[in-house]
Write a protein that binds this ligand. Sequence first.
Ligand code: SF4
Ligand code: FE
Length: 489
Amino acid sequence: MMTAEEYIESLRQLGPRTVYLFGERVENPVDHPMIRPSVNACAMTYRLAEIPEYQDLATATSALTGRPINRFVHLHQSPEDLVKKVKMQRLLGQLTGTCFQRCVGLDALNAVWSATYEIDQKYGTSYQERFRRFVLEWEEKDWTVDGAMTDPKGNRALGPSAQADPDLYVHVVERRADGIIVRGAKVHQTGLLNSHQILVMPTLALKPEDADYAVCFAVPADDPTLIYIYGRQSSDTRKLERSPVDMGNIHYGGQEGIIIFNETFVPWERVFMCGETEFAGMLVERFAAYHRQSYGGCKVGNGDVLIGAAAAVAEYHGVANASHIREKLTEMVHLNETLYACGIACSAEGVRTAAGNYLVNVLLANVCKQNVTRFPYEIARLAQDIAGGLLGTMPSDADFSLPEVGLLCRKYLAPASPFPPEHRQRILRLIEAMTMGSLAVGYLVESMHGAGSPQTQRIVIQRYADLEGKKALARRLCGIDPDDLLPKG
Ligand code: SF4
Ligand code: FE
């Protein structure tokens, strides 16, 4: 397993990558001040595995080699493994306050593992054997792998092959004896620059005419045909300011952006699906279910931070004992723990796939994520309520630091005794960052759209709802259907 330091150094050792940020090429993304906080967040997934007290959560025993591995490269072997995953994610969400990015690869690993097995069962292909070799290297090198699913999609009313521009979904443009050439882009890519490999999957269920779009493959992150365009997030330039105080979260951040596959060659050895359209929907549903489970961990950990920040600012304001403040904090905890309950429940109800690894309960995972599209917004609203108007009017730390005006800032913006003004400054900036600044992407926008926008969960919930079964229950009780269980006589 890599240490956090080795992980960061391994990113520096990647070959040259074409990266754009603010209209400029970035030669060394790892040490760029806008990007570094996201590297630190992902590095925590390595750090956790180094700390003895967390090893039960952060490490696992490889199902393939029997060796100890980081849990982020683990094929889940039991419901208990699924539960531990959520607990680990909550812990990491608490320690970073943001998205630590590595789960998309873990979720892709488990989804592709079972999907390749089932494709092979039907077609006699050897995708899983190839994927197994890839996974062995993944475990061995302790890679961060970017699970890449979301295509740009163009006109949402049209399928991939009906688009005016065929590249709006990643597709095979040429099949060769030694491999395939692909073109297209993946958007909303979490941790794209902090990964060693990119694992590409289709983004939706496909029809037979979309065979070129039914493609799953892996490429090294430093493949020279890839182009990365870094995404902006609100208040992201705060990271470039001299004083860290106004950043809110001074060490960690998320990372999102676009990856373009510009005629990328993939050897057959790294192709894990190619043309089997009827398996695309299943792969998407499994990946999404795992990632919707993940949100019952990471966003709960972020929620813990925000609830803590709201409780701290209430103390600084001198209102910690006001009954309405305690009531609001209780409501925040109730909402947050409800999300956690969903994350744990869909894990505990996990089932074994034909390939041997475990899949979450799909219905409960979708219910989990559906709640995540709502509750963090309410938790954020309550945090802003408790924070008060200073959340939107506080002078910059540069003013607090001036000799004379700084004295005035500290005099007129003094919190309740015995707290120093800077503590309230920092906590308010953290609440600002999480509810409307750069961390609001990780805590709110991702809660809404990550692992699929709300409607995608409702479609799955509808499909798994078993309304016929529920109707039969009702009919039996009111005498429309016979009650066979009632004792006779
Ligand atoms: Fe992991 Fe959460 Fe980030 Fe997804 S949003 S990669 S589950 S931390
Ligand atoms: Fe996400």
